[in-house]
Design a protein around this ligand. Structure first.
Ligand code: ZN
Length: 338
């Protein structure tokens, strides 16, 4: 099966009332773990890579790893998504190598950086301008577009906002009417990275419900939605790590957000914690081990089990064969008819 446009995966999730995890990757073991989890639970899935991940892996390597994932799993709907695309140039490169979805993060100006390494927010008008430019290019290729309104806290890769603003539902309608984006990352109190919160967060779910009510055709996206389970942090620290006390977004809050209208749930940090914890454990328990397969293998297995559970919890499990997948060619026609 060729890779599927993300719009279809999210539209089906909205219809079915479940969420789809978007899992960040930058190496083979992560991709294999996610594919194993999706196979076992029969889940549609979104695999995503940030610009930083693509620079680490290279666009060409990631492309071939993803094509291998699709070739080995012809029965699963898989979308390949660019996470936090900073500009049209990066979007074009991603579409060139076969991404079926791109995010343009027009909420921040990635071309500018403050002394602390953060990016200033763009104005609403400027966000509309850069997002529209990407929508015009991507839709002509049948590719889905995710935009962002409002800014999230925390740091992950290069996504460090100078200040945090929740999404304003009043702006969403105008933004969507003027850009035509398919999905929207909303700032509702989640946060990027491992160090999200000191205590359980209260998400602005009323905002999600309000936006969903006003623009029902829009697929809403939660960024920074790792749960950072205590046992994963404890495992890292038990085997020599020094992670500080932290909290993520509890799964119950994510499930509630899905009921309010969220369709895509971004997860990165949790996967990093699983891999690091298991690798540390092997290094501690078997200090003479030097074969990468002996520590990457167990880490990959633990990650597959962890993500299979996520797919159950998000409600994605069992939905892989609900619909006949569309191609980018099909989507070109859909966008062309509008
Ligand atoms: Zn993000």
């Amino acid at each position: 099966m060729p890779l599927v446009p993300m719009k279809q995966i999210l539209d089906e999730a909205k219809k079915g009332g479940y969420g789809v995890g978007a899992y960040n990757v930058n190496n083979m073991e992560q991709i294999q773990a996610i594919m194993q989890a999706a196979r076992e639970t029969q889940s549609p899935l979104i695999i995503q890579a940030s610009k930083g991940a693509l620079e680490y892996t290279s666009f060409t390597y990631l492309k071939h790893l993803m094509m291998a994932a699709a070739e080995e799993n012809p029965d699963l709907p898989i979308a390949l998504h660019l996470d936090h695309g900073p500009d049209l140039e990066t979007v074009k490169k991603a579409i060139d190598i076969g991404f079926t979805s791109v995010m343009i993060d027009g909420s921040l100006d990635y071309s500018k950086k403050t002394d602390s390494g953060s990016h200033p927010a763009r104005t609403f008008e400027d966000n509309i301008r850069v997002t529209k430019e990407v929508v015009d290019y991507a839709h002509a290729c049948g590719v889905t577009v995710e935009g962002e309104l409002g800014t999230l806290g925390g740091i992950e890769d290069d996504t460090h906002a100078e200040s945090v603003h929740l999404t304003d539902p009043n702006e969403v309608e105008e933004f969507m009417a003027k850009t035509g984006a398919d999905a929207l990352a909303v700032a509702i109190g989640t946060s990027h990275g491992a160090y999200k919160f000191k205590e359980a967060p209260v998400l602005a779910l009323d905002l999600v419900s309000e936006i969903h009510k006003r623009v029902p055709e829009l697929a809403l996206v939660m960024h920074g939605s790792s749960s950072v389970p205590q046992e994963l942090v404890d495992r890292v620290n038990k085997y020599g790590g020094q992670m500080k006390k932290t909290m993520g977004v509890p799964m119950e809050s994510i499930q509630e957000a899905i009921r309010c209208g969220v369709a895509k749930v971004n997860i990165d940090t949790d996967g990093r914690l699983v891999l690091t914890g298991v690798i540390r454990q092997v290094f501690t328990e078997k200090p003479s081990e030097f074969d990468p397969r002996k520590y990457l293998g167990p880490a990959r297995k633990a990650l597959a089990e962890f993500y299979a559970l996520k797919m159950q919890q998000l409600g994605t499990a069992g939905h892989a064969k609900d619909y006949a997948p569309l191609t980018l060619e099909d989507m070109k026609k859909v966008y062309g008819d509008k």
